[in-house]
Design a protein around this ligand. Structure first.
Ligand code: URP
Ligand code: ZN
Ligand code: ZN
Length: 467
């Protein structure tokens, strides 16, 4: 006996089109779209009907950059897979791609197994994994091939954090060469970590210990230099490249120049770089620590270049880099030494709303909202055609979004396991109303009806962005 749901009367928005349509869901998949009201005439019957009149019907968000339970900076990010994916559902995100970490001196397999164990049976929405490669050697390179075959098709390397995740240029080139052979996508944390460490040491020696100095030592030019170097290495290796958390306009210029030459170079930015700035890092009483992440927040002048690149498709994706640490007891580890503040910001619940606000503010169109938050990350990371769109055959990951609702973002009302909001008091027009994950209602008119364990691991194919 099949299970059918009809989402009726809404404006369906995908990256490709907008249309008034009814959506029929059968056994967790989208079965058909039809002109409004024609479902009865077509003889569609459904056990459940969702009235979306006056609302948007959009694909569930795909957040391709989260860190749940990440051991980092002497502590661990505060959202578990259970709390983090529940918060994602509240925010209209129905797929996350988190980062498993290779232990230094260990195998990729060890890291991946550990992350599977953390996530299995806990998630409210579907999830995949990228692999952080922190120790490139012959064994690692061979393992990359195996991981691609089992659906872990992207590998993050770090030009920053010497002694932790850092790889040197030779290691990066080897990993890129391997990826060019096996179809994997190299994701790069592009900051010159060796130079930054010198500047950190000098700042601390001069008594510049406040959070604001985190932004000052992690210079835009050092992001741009690393971005340029990563592009050239990828070019030599003949591999595509995806640069994560781009924040500096000078780094955007490097991506634009590479793309103008026809190179397969892609980039993501994050809401924090679009909506926050170094003004936040300068907040008094150590409050600036709440905004410490890497790459760092930049002066407001950088935002225009990011918005422009999102419009021109020089940046393809907005992910959150959700990596929350509580202010109390975690961010506070860096009082008196900004370099000890755990790096990362919460945001998995806020991304779809903030980007809708960007539509309201005129930065992007509605379809571009869906492209950068749903469709492009799905194609970039091999989740299409199941995720990121509303089309027959796709998973019924659907959000009924009220574009007129008014809300105020706050730690008092959010569902992320963190004691502050990076967007405290920000007014947003629009709100997630109902969320379906593979046809199952996980948020029902702003009530959580999902469960830990509904979310499944999704093996991914290789990057589909060029296709
Ligand atoms: O500050 C950040 N971005 N923390 C998470 C780790 C990373 O580099 O993505
Ligand atoms: Zn990073
Ligand atoms: Zn990250």
């Amino acid at each position: 006996m099949s299970d059918r749901t009809l989402v009726r009367g809404g404006l369906v928005i995908t990256a490709a089109e907008e249309m008034q349509a009814d959506v029929l869901i059968e056994d967790g998949k989208i079965a058909a779209l039809a002109a409004p009201g024609s479902s009865c005439a077509r003889g569609w019957t459904a056990e459940h009907t969702i009235d979306a009149t006056g609302k948007y019907v959009i694909p569930g968000g795909v957040d391709a950059h989260t860190h749940f339970e990440l051991p980092f900076g002497g502590t661990a990010s505060s959202d578990t897979f259970e709390t983090g994916t529940r918060a994602a559902a509240w925010g209209g995100t129905t797929t996350v791609v988190d980062f498993a970490v290779q232990p230094r001196g260990g195998a990729l397999r060890q890291g991946l197994d550990a992350w599977h164990a953390k996530a299995e049976g806990k998630c409210a929405v579907d999830y995949g994994f990228h692999m952080i490669v922190s120790d490139v050697h012959e064994g690692t390179l061979k393992e990359m091939d195996l991981l691609v075959e089992e659906g872990v098709t992207s590998f993050k390397l770090f030009m920053a954090y010497p002694g932790v995740f850092y790889s040197d240029d030779g290691q990066i080139l080897r990993a890129m060469q391997r990826a060019s052979g096996n179809g994997g996508l190299i994701m790069m944390h592009a900051e010159n970590g060796i130079a930054i460490d010198v500047l950190i040491e000098q700042a601390l020696a001069a008594g510049r210990t406040d959070p604001l100095h985190h932004g000052e030592v992690r210079k835009a030019l050092l992001e741009a230099e690393a971005t340029h170097r990563a592009i050239q290495l990828a070019r030599v290796a003949g591999s595509p490249l995806y640069v994560v958390h781009v924040s500096a306009r000078e780094a955007v210029a490097e991506l634009v120049s590479a793309r103008d030459q026809g190179l397969p170079v892609f980039g993501e930015t994050c809401p924090q770089y679009l909506f926050l700035s170094t003004d936040n890092l300068a907040e008094p009483d150590f409050e600036g620590a709440k905004y410490v992440c890497s790459t760092p927040l930049r002066p407001r002048e950088h935002q225009a270049a990011l918005w422009r690149a999102l419009r021109t498709d020089d940046l393809q994706v907005v992910s959150t880099d959700h990596c929350p640490f509580c202010f109390s007891g975690q961010k506070e580890l860096g009082r008196g030494d900004f370099s000890k503040i755990p790096n990362g910001l919460p945001g998995v619940e806020n991304r779809m709303d903030l980007l809708h606000q960007a539509v309201v503010d005129g930065h992007i169109s509605r379809r571009r909202w869906i492209e950068i938050a749903c469709a492009a990350p799905a194609r970039m990371f091999g989740l299409a055609p199941h995720k990121g769109t509303i089309a027959p055959g796709a998973d019924a990951d659907i959000v009924v979004y009220d574009p007129h609702a008014q809300q105020t973002l706050s730690a008092e009302t959010h569902h992320m396991n963190v004691d502050y909001s990076a967007y405290e008091g920000k007014r947003i027009t629009g709100q997630v109303e109902t969320v379906l994950s593979r046809g199952e209602t996980v948020i029902d008119r702003r009530r959580f009806t999902g469960r830990a364990g509904h979310g499944r691991h999704v093996p991914r194919s290789t990057c589909q962005y060029l296709a």
